[in-house]
Ligand binder design. Sequence first.
Ligand SMILES: [Zn+2]
Length: 399
Amino acid sequence: MSFPALVEPADELTIDEVRRYSRHLIIPDVGMTGQKRLKNAKVLVIGAGGLGSPALLYLAAAGVGTIGIAEFDEVDESNLQRQIIHGQSDVGKSKALSAKESIAEANPYVNVVLHEERLDNDNVLQVFEGYDLIVDGTDNFATRYMVNDAAYFLRIPYVWGSIYRFDGQASVFAPTLADDAPCYRCLYPEPPPPGMVPSCAEGGVLGVLCAAIGSIQVNEAIKLLAGIGEPLVGKLMIYDALEMEYRKLRVRKDPNCALCGDNPTVTGLIDYEAFCGAISEEAAEAAAGSTISVTQLEHMLKEREEGTRDFVLVDVREPNEYEINRIPGSVLIPKGDFLNGSALEKLPSDKQIVMHCKSGVRSAETLAIVKGAGYADAVHVGGGVVAWVNQIDPSQPSY
Ligand SMILES: [Zn+2]
């Protein structure tokens, strides 16, 4: 199904613009009118990270007249493996500013608007207002649901993408473009249980996957803005980089959708952090009063060395993470072994169990399991190995 163009054409292109966009202008489906529509378009990209990097560069090169960037973070060295809009000299700089500078180099005719604030319920509607289209490059569920709801309330279509390791997904959510077009909540009515789906920071992502999915998002954006082709409305694109396979699934509008269904229960912005839950209730309960700091752990490790204390320090991360950095004296038992029960056989019954992971989410989950198995004095390390490297041993690499 095709849709009318989202944007009216600009009055004209300058001679310089005609020269610059000539390879677009000679495509019959785009032509002068399509290019003028892009010039008149206002597109907001959420996040100048993995997906935002290629998306911003291609939107700019394509001649989208106004590009908004919603990003509050700074460039970190670990971003450069995939966030190609930033360079070595940008480390420590605001990502929004770094992206703006790269765009100016790619296409000086683009007007860039920076929104250097964390999107939340207080500002999201205001930031979105006035844009024709949104490209969502966020990496967490709370923001995704907020983007979906805010875009729906403001009747702004958006292009969604997600990436993890070798797998990517993309779709267009535009319930206001067609009566039968689904929203993100129609596809995913509920966020995954906390701790079940690791983020890219926890699980990793192949850098070039960002280009595959980010470019699909720009492709869909251009089609929607110019009114050409069949956008991924009501369709989910699934990409498997290892098998090199693209699949397209039909996504139907859910009449019971809490947002766009027949009897909506979400009629305004909600508490998205609570909806998605940083950690599960069981884990939060287990961690309450049983969380130690890395400084406390360092002290405990000294006492263990001196023989005045005994405990087992368990690292519940994956073996490849253990290769990157580790807390000395820890033993590796991945979280999966706790879920399938095999870990409990490996734990001594007469010693205190201290657990840690990368940042403290997974170890809170395993803490709940271990406490449930009778280890009442078990604790986990808040902030995990990230805090250990930052505060105790900066000589080790972080990831
Ligand atoms: Zn819906």
